[in-house]
Ligand binder design. Structure first.
Ligand code: ZN
Ligand code: ZN
Length: 271
């Protein structure tokens, strides 16, 4: 199997790449491609105690399976190499969420309650969520999918308008065991976009699937009734997530996700 001393993959057996729109992984060219055990024949010969020789599946099949799960998760290319371990923490909020992420990537199961990360742009929400999916796919072979809610609704609309496979894409997002839903609340608050977001969140809620979500919009202050009227000026000044996505989507996210509010500085500024 993978060479623990390999300098290309540090013994992981795979490398990840960001040359395209989506992140991709492949078997390490330094130690696993071609596979030293089966020379990419995917099976190897094994001599049994009775002396007969049998073809058995090569262990590299497991690694190939996990590499394929990573590609299917469709992480944004920029985040291909991000890991939870390398996510810096300065504040107590960040330490708490990192601990959660480390525990989830090791032991979390599809069906477990997910997380909702709340915080302004650049606090590292997308890095952290992509890093969790990287581990779940490449180390544990769990089926995952990354979706920027704004982008996925655009993709669905284009597919629908062109008579393409919008139903296939929607089905994938609704049924994948672990979904990252980034930029929740960025989409329109009414009409078709709202209905599709409602469908995604409701179907995943009904099926008890795991969603890891992130939003730039703050949560409402405790005690504010969801449907309390707000003046236009008030609502544009400080729009909250419940108003962006509606009471139904909001309450389902809250029920299925543990919330972490990140107050750190913008990581994209200053080094
Ligand atoms: Zn290697
Ligand atoms: Zn092999």
């Amino acid at each position: 199997m993978a060479n623990p001393d390999c300098r290309t993959c540090q013994g992981m057996g795979y490398t990840t790449h960001g040359d395209d729109r989506h992140a991709t992984a492949r078997l390490c060219r330094g130690c696993m491609s071609p596979c030293p055990t089966c020379q990419d024949r995917l099976s190897r010969m094994e001599r049994r105690p009775d002396g007969r020789v049998w073809a058995v599946p090569c262990e590299c099949g497991q690694l190939r399976y996990r590499v394929a799960r990573f590609d299917e998760a469709k992480l944004p290319a920029f985040f291909h190499g991000k890991t939870v371990e390398r996510w810096d923490t300065k504040t107590r909020d960040e330490q708490a969420v990192k601990q959660w992420a480390l525990a989830f990537q090791e032991k979390g199961k599809a069906g477990d309650r997910g997380i909702l990360l709340v915080g302004g742009p650049g606090v590292g929400k997308t890095h952290l969520l992509c890093a969790i999916l990287r581990f779940l796919t490449l180390e544990r072979g769990i089926m995952c999918r990354f979706a920027d809610s704004f982008q996925v609704l655009q993709d669905l609309k284009v597919a629908f308008d062109e008579g393409g496979n919008s139903a296939v894409l929607l089905e994938e997002i609704c049924t994948v065991p672990v979904l990252v839903l980034d930029e929740v609340g960025k989409t329109r608050t009414d009409g078709w976009q709202h209905d599709v977001l409602d469908t995604i969140v409701s179907r995943r809620y009904d099926a008890g699937l795991t969603t890891l979500a992130a939003t730039n919009y703050p949560l409402p202050k405790a005690g504010t009734p969801l449907d309390k009227p707000m003046s236009l000026a008030e609502s544009t000044l400080r729009e909250t997530l419940d108003r962006r996505v509606g009471a139904r989507v909001y309450s389902r996210l809250m029920e299925r996700c543990r919330t972490f509010t990140l107050t750190g500085e913008d990581r994209r500024l200053g080094g």
